[in-house]
Design a protein around this ligand. Sequence first.
Ligand SMILES: Nc1ncnc2c1ncn2[C@@H]1O[C@H](COP(=O)(O)OP(=O)(O)OP(=O)(O)O)[C@@H](O)[C@H]1O
Ligand SMILES: Cc1ncc(C[n+]2csc(CCO)c2C)c(N)n1
Length: 260
Amino acid sequence: MEVMNHASRFLLPPLPVDGDPSSVPAYALVVLNQRLPRFAPLLWKHARLRLCADGGANRVYDEMPELFPDQEPLEVRHRYKPDVIKGDMDSIRSEVQDFYSNLGTKVVDESHDQDTTDLHKCINFILDCAPDLDKSNLCILVAGALGGRFDHEIGNINVLYRFSETRIILLSDDCLIYLLPKTHHHVIHVESTVEGPHCGLIPAGAPSTCTTTTGLRWDLNGNGMHFGGLLSTSNIVQEGIITVQSDADLLWTISIKKPI
Ligand SMILES: Nc1ncnc2c1ncn2[C@@H]1O[C@H](COP(=O)(O)OP(=O)(O)OP(=O)(O)O)[C@@H](O)[C@H]1O
Ligand SMILES: Cc1ncc(C[n+]2csc(CCO)c2C)c(N)n1
């Protein structure tokens, strides 16, 4: 089975690309309508395409200047201009929409679609309408995806399953989550300066009958996992490299360290 490698390099300052640009993932950023994580400017810098899901645009407009209290708010807003705002447009304020459309942001109103979430609409845009982005190397970062309303959180997790062939990482200030598809063996390179040690493996879509890991304090040795039975929550990263093999898709979650 093919190996899929994972590393949270987007939590570290971007390195200069020497030689092969395909060695660095092509990041796209989607900002949701929740408080911006403190490292939002870092995610912005990594991203080649930046989208706001509906009310996410209010967060960029209101909260980016708060992250740079010594700078002119207008200057900060010009520096952090989204490429695209997409959603059902029931949360974005009209002054925010006008501000960014006057700066050239593409605004896509899909208020007719009340069956998919704004995050889902943004992922569709990235996959279908961003020809300059290298899809073979794409990784979508989603800021503000966790915490807050439980139905929204579950809707965001469901997007991982709906687009299981696309790398999508849900982020909050406290942790990140992504899907480990059962089609691959997984090698997770832990960036121990910025993430861990708390972690978990969760069979959210369907039970697993056989999961095997290495590198965790409580490794799984061919165990099954299901809701109502064993889940791997409150686990601890023990080594710099974690490996996971399973006969079911699993959610991987790891804590994000607070700055000291
Ligand atoms: N409290 C939250 N927790 C997690 N994700 C959220 C939360 N609030 C918003 N989001 C995400 O941000 C996106 C845009 O938010 P927005 O408030 O514009 O959505 P919405 O479609 O108006 O939601 P609703 O109509 O259900 O209140 C949502 O689709 C969701 O993915
Ligand atoms: C069975 C079912 N449940 C809820 C909704 C409502 N809904 C789901 S996504 C969405 C858009 C949010 O921006 C809305 C309103 C639906 N359509 N179908």
